[in-house]
Design a protein around this ligand. Structure first.
Ligand SMILES: [Zn+2]
Length: 227
């Protein structure tokens, strides 16, 4: 339905299929899978392969993990299966109510918290999330609403960050991100997103460490804005 141009990395999808992503990241991937048949197909293959390995393979030794990983990735690159199967990932998942509200255009009803002028956020609590987390670390899931024409301060990341656009669009050094697109970032990427178009950009953001801002003012503000 959508023309999605930016997808999560294969490594991220593989971690999702293995149930190894922290809860906030898994919820964001669920959200993407609902809109992206291409990644949905990859998850299906990864899960099928994982099942096959468990049934038919001898126990994988530690020094074989690279070979296992290579085989997964090779399989992900093959042609799509002939038909989409009714599959667990994506379709049956109930997303947190706040995300559903944004997706159905009811974002005005949400209890947005002002961070700085032009920017609001909502932190989704773990009680509202539906995945069982294997990792109980510092990761978090937020909705971020940025007014038209605003930009975020230049920053990089101490950990991983997944951002999915739910409404509106933003642009950064990596390209233009529209609804359904996912930016899969790690500490090597430094960027300064700016909203484009006439409507606010609402993103779902999963991160496992605070952002690293490059200038002093955001650094000073950081303890107060919750990022
Ligand atoms: Zn995708």
């Amino acid at each position: 339905m959508n023309h999605i141009n930016h997808h999560p990395d294969d490594a991220t999808l593989l971690s999702y299929a293995a149930g190894a992503l922290p809860q906030p990241f898994a919820v964001l991937i669920d959200c993407h899978l609902q809109q992206c048949p291409q990644c949905h197909e990859k998850i299906f293959k990864a899960e099928a392969l994982a099942g096959e390995f468990i049934e038919h393979s001898p126990p994988v030794e530690a020094n074989n993990s690279d070979a296992l990983r290579d085989k997964f990735f090779a399989a992900l690159d093959t042609e799509p299966a002939p038909q989409q199967l009714a599959h667990s990932a994506g379709n049956e998942v109930q997303l947190p109510a706040e995300i559903a509200a944004v997706l159905s255009g009811r974002d005005q009803e949400l209890p947005w918290r002002l961070i700085v002028p032009g920017m609001h956020s909502i932190t989704l609590s773990s009680g509202e999330l539906h995945h069982n987390s294997l990792n109980n670390n510092e990761s978090s899931l937020k909705l971020l609403r940025i007014a038209p024409g605003r930009n975020l301060p230049m920053h990089s990341h101490q950990g991983s960050e997944l951002t999915m656009v739910l409404q509106g669009a933003f642009q950064d050094e990596l390209g233009c991100f529209r609804p359904g697109d996912v930016a899969d970032l790690d500490h090597e990427v430094e960027h300064q997103p700016i909203t484009i178009g006439n409507e606010a950009c609402i993103c779902l953001v999963a991160m496992d460490a605070p952002l690293e801002f490059k200038s002093l003012v955001p650094k000073l503000l950081q303890p107060f804005i919750g990022f």
